[in-house]
Design a protein around this ligand. Structure first.
Ligand SMILES: Cc1ncc(COP(=O)(O)O)c(C=O)c1O
Length: 344
């Protein structure tokens, strides 16, 4: 039976281009802990790609590390990070932000399409007991784009949230574990999606889009960058052989490879969504990128699980499908046929 992998973009392997970059970096010697020529090149490349003259990049091994260490550099221990209540940082990271943030807490806000509702953010800030030591002091707003539910923030939507954050003296963080998928979808520049819209610190994911255990914190804020030099080391994320992380990220960001890989994953989802749209399933989210949640009768999900399609079952009648840079049209078409058969 042909297996069709739709559980996660974490389930697929490493993109051949990134593996080749690793192999190419595997010669000679280099200074450790980021003192190597690859990491220096990466810094310049990030500044060029993000059109920001003082951006700094800190490679780490996971998205959780990028989020939690990045956030810890933006808030005091008595602070609060405000995020949409489905955000990975609050639901799926085991409190890593609180640990690296020395007690920093996260507060979940509502919002349609899995994005923060600006009006709710404003009301929350208005109702905050500012200066009251009994109350965690809001310090950062964290947006996820694409969201955990596969929707993306338009640059204008980021700017709206960031403008509120600025007025209340909060920093702006973006969890971009799948940032390339958002950039490929929107077709706008990385700068427009981040610092030009008000983002101070970005989690730039690469692993889900083809890297081997390599994501990065990109900081557009000098004060956060200064702290991140120390915080990444203290958190155990300053790799001695950083050149291998940097070599991958260089390949990723060169000649648009990141957008090509993400564009492929997005197109695979478009094809899947078009096919599933013809069947009797409900869409939970607009599949702006490579993630789609659908509702189906529980017995159809049981049959689908036996059919060779690999997916996550979120509850009795909801499943999650995720495509990746390696998903083929044939796999997508097989999945559509098997969902059709499972529905009966
Ligand atoms: C939106 C989002 N942020 C962050 C992460 C964390 O990445 P990691 O699992 O590498 O820690 C994930 C992982 O699935 C994610 O989906």
């Amino acid at each position: 039976m042909m297996k069709v992998e739709l559980r996660s973009d974490n389930a697929v392997g490493v993109a051949p281009e990134m593996l080749a970059a690793l192999a190419a970096a595997n010669h000679g010697t280099e200074l450790a802990y980021g003192g190597d020529t690859y990491t220096e090149h990466l810094h310049n490349l990030v500044r060029e790609v993000f059109e920001h003259p003082s951006a700094r990049v800190f490679p780490v091994t996971t998205g959780t590390a990028a989020n939690s260490i990045g956030l810890s550099a933006m808030a005091p221990p008595w602070g609060a990070v405000l995020c949409q209540h489905n955000a990975h940082i609050i639901v799926n990271e085991g409190g890593a932000t609180s640990m690296f943030g020395a007690g920093l807490v996260m507060k979940g806000l509502g919002g349609d399409s899995f994005k923060i509702d600006p009006a709710e953010l404003e009301s929350f800030l208005e109702a905050t007991g500012w200066g009251d030591p009994h109350v965690s002091q809001p310090a950062v707003v964290s947006l996820t784009s694409p969201t955990e539910y596969g929707t993306v923030y338009q640059p204008k939507e980021v700017a709206t949230v960031a403008e509120i954050a600025r007025r209340w003296n909060l920093g702006v963080h973006m969890d971009g574990a799948r940032f390339a998928n958002a950039a490929a979808r929107l077709g706008c520049s990385p700068a427009d999606l981040t610092w030009r819209a008000g983002v101070d610190v970005l989690t730039l994911g690469a692993t889900k889009n083809g890297a081997m255990s390599t994501d990065a914190i990109v900081s557009f804020d000098d004060a956060a960058s200064e702290q991140l030099v120390y915080r990444t080391k203290r958190a155990g994320h300053t790799a001695s052989k950083m050149r291998f992380q940097s070599a991958q990220l260089i390949a990723y960001l060169t000649d648009g490879l990141w957008l090509e890989l993400a564009g492929h994953a997005n197109r695979a989802m478009e094809r899947l969504a078009a096919g599933l749209g013809q069947l009797d399933v409900g869409f939970v989210n607009d599949p702006d990128v490579n993630i789609l949640f659908v509702t189906m009768p529980p017995d159809a999900i049981d049959r689908l699980a036996e059919s060779g399609v690999l997916f996550y079952r979120m509850d009795e009648s909801t499943v999650r499908f995720v495509t990746a840079f390696a998903t083929t049209d044939e796999q997508v078409d097989t999945a559509i046929a098997l969902v059709g058969a499972a529905l009966g």
